[in-house]
Design a protein around this ligand. Structure first.
Ligand SMILES: [Zn+2]
Length: 202
């Protein structure tokens, strides 16, 4: 969730203040002392509910979550995912669908959960957490292995050497096209470009 939330902007914000008189709503209109907190998700038993103030934002958020899940070896079930639209007063809902992996998600009119099973589902949260934890650990070890082999690869790769050529004024210049250079770095990148061009021709 954290991974997806980091990538998602345009969230719904609520105003909160943590000092006295929690129930005096006019106090939330104060400019100072009121914090704006993004409401990104509601966790309910073993479900997660994403919220956004437009269909586009929801789609982006869902795409981000889907992407993050895959990264950690998890797959969101499209058949268990539903969309609830809540248009503002006097407006009709945007009719477009929200897609998960190019599949349009089912829409529902209410958000409900079976009162008989929710306690049982909530207890499965431990299993769910374990699945996430294992996925995360696997992801991390694969990532570290890849990093390691990359580093190894870079270490074993020979350092390129360049034949720095200087003209009579002591300036670096290219023997093939007489271009002069202010730095060894510029010369080296130019030499690499030559090498690429030569490779391309052969
Ligand atoms: Zn050259």
């Amino acid at each position: 969730m954290n991974d997806a939330v980091k990538k998602s902007k345009n969230q719904i914000f609520i105003n909160v203040r943590l000092d006295k008189s929690v129930f005096d709503l006019t106090r939330l209109k104060a400019k100072r002392k009121v914090h704006s907190v993004p409401v990104t998700e509601i966790l309910y038993a073993d479900d997660v509910c994403l919220m956004a103030d437009s269909l586009d934002n929801l789609q982006t958020y869902l795409d981000n979550l889907d992407h993050s899940c895959r990264k950690f070896g998890l797959v969101i079930s499209a058949s268990k995912t539903q969309v609830l639209k809540q248009p503002s007063r006097g407006k009709t809902a945007n009719e477009n669908a929200v897609y998960l992996n190019r599949k349009p998600l089912d829409e529902v009119g209410t958000f409900s959960m079976s009162s008989e099973s929710w306690e049982e589902l909530a207890t499965k949260r431990t299993e769910w957490r374990t699945a996430v934890k294992t996925g995360l650990e696997n992801f991390e070890s694969t990532r570290l292995e890849e990093l390691d082999s990359k580093r190894q690869h870079q270490k074993t790769r020979p350092k390129p050497s360049y034949d720095y050529t200087y003209d009579s004024n002591g300036n670096l210049y290219c023997a093939s096209c007489n271009r002069t250079f202010k730095s060894k770095f510029g010369f080296a990148s130019h030499a690499r470009a030559h090498a690429r061009r030569d490779q391309g021709m052969s």
